[in-house]
Design a protein around this ligand. Structure first.
Ligand SMILES: Nc1ncnc2c1ncn2[C@@H]1O[C@H](COP(=O)(O)OP(=O)(O)O)[C@@H](O)[C@H]1O
Ligand SMILES: [Mg+2]
Length: 383
């Protein structure tokens, strides 16, 4: 009797499991079982694999292809490292950063992979169980957004270059036209040796001024070009470095608009930074503050920049006295395309991209609050 009961219970349980597994056969998620061997051979895969990657279960089970053969070459090492790291840290569940898989027809798909490790009684990992979700559409959309953001950013950059250039260009033009006047009005009597000498000196001085100014012009271009180089590797830096670089680009424009800037760097810790990405973030925040000052015609506009160390890392605060962000929109400013500015000025991508850069590329957080006088953005980075 007891035996019969047990048998029925077992049957019930395995029927339940079959229903559960059929969910993966019909749904969009693929479930994999990988052996912990050289090629990550596949003893089981749900039928949904065929819809997503064109591979049937039999393609794996009865053949020599392993899961490793599907992974994009450029991602393979990283995927391996992520598995090794998880094992080393004794984690029995981990998620991979998105990586690419080849379909049977040779197309490429981005996937999200969550995996659990399965051990035997001795504690050795015998295999892995995981779910794979196709996120190609999301990834493509991200790429398009990034492209759009870069274009918009380029527009802003050009307007900042224009600001930087205005003053030296003006000076060059004034110097040249003054010289022209002197010559036309015969200010120097060139038949006199002394006067001719004076003229020569004056000419030399003015020409070398012009030369110095053109050098400033070309230096600004270099600065901007460096700014645009995307850095593939992060570097250990103090947070003041990207702040100073961003300031060197936007300072002229801020000063022209009467904005007082105060920097207090209390943080001494270095953090892993993608230098130019972080500059973009800071530049975005500064530019938004400036846009708001102009829009609201704020008297005595001020921007405070403060950095300090915490138990876990570094905090960088950028606050302004521009009256803050209206309550009705403060929850939406990090959404893509959200902008309160007219289309010509605002793309609504700045803060959205900034959040991705801080949170996804640097493992930090970016948030905003309204202070007494204005908005305060804080960037927290792990050290
Ligand atoms: N310092 C600030 N003061 C007031 N409003 C701000 C400030 N920073 C951002 N905002 C608001 O957040 C919105 C989104 O900013 P952002 O994503 O950079 O897009 P954009 O600058 O193109 O409008 C802005 O349109 C503005 O309404
Ligand atoms: Mg902006």
């Amino acid at each position: 009797m007891i035996y019969r009961n047990l048998e029925e219970k077992l049957k019930e349980k395995s029927a339940e499991q079959d229903v559960l597994l059929s969910l993966f056969d019909r749904g969009a998620t693929v479930i994999f079982k990988w052996n912990n061997d050289e090629t990550w051979s596949v003893p089981y895969v749900s039928e949904s694999a065929e819809r997503l990657f064109g591979y049937k279960s039999s393609d794996f089970v009865n053949s020599t292809i392993g899961y490793i053969d599907l992974i994009h070459k450029e991602d393979l090492q990283r995927v391996h490292n992520e598995v090794d790291a998880a094992i080393k840290e004794g984690r029995d569940y981990f998620e991979h950063e998105p990586y690419r898989l080849h379909t049977k027809k040779g197309a490429t798909k981005w996937v999200h992979d969550s995996t659990v490790t399965v051990r035997n009684a001795e504690g050795e990992i015998t295999h892995f169980l995981g779910t794979i979700v196709d996120i190609t559409v999301v990834k493509e959309k991200d790429k398009q957004l990034l492209q759009q953001y870069k274009l918009a950013q380029m527009g802003e950059m050009i307007s900042m270059i224009a600001h930087q250039w205005r003053q030296p260009l003006n000076t060059i033009s004034i110097t040249a036209s003054n010289l022209n006047f002197d010559i036309m009005l015969n200010k120097y009597d060139l038949s006199h040796k002394e006067e001719a000498q004076k003229f020569k000196e004056c000419l030399c001085e003015n020409l070398s001024n012009i030369e110095a100014y053109t050098q400033t012009l070309s230096k600004t271009i270099d600065d901007f070009r460096n700014f645009y180089k995307s850095d593939k590797k992060s570097m250990l830096l103090n947070t003041s470095e990207p702040v100073e670089k961003a300031l060197s680009i936007i300072k002229v424009s801020l000063i022209n608009n009467g904005v007082k800037i105060r920097q207090v760097y209390k943080s001494t810790r270095k953090v892993n930074l993608f230098d130019s990405e972080m500059m973009h973030v800071i530049l975005n925040i500064l530019k938004n503050a400036e846009d708001n000052f102009i829009d609201k015609k704020i008297q005595n506009p001020k921007i405070d920049i403060l950095s300090y160390d915490t138990l876990y890392g570094v905090v960088l605060k950028i606050s302004d006295n521009g009256g803050g962000i209206p309550k009705s929109i403060i929850n939406r400013i990090f959404e893509p395309y959200f902008s309160s500015k007219d289309n010509k000025v605002g793309t609504g991508l700045g803060l959205y991209m900034s959040k991705i850069i801080v949170e996804e590329h640097h493992g930090g957080t970016l948030h905003v609050i309204n202070n007494k006088d204005g908005a305060c953005f804080s960037i927290e980075l792990p050290a």
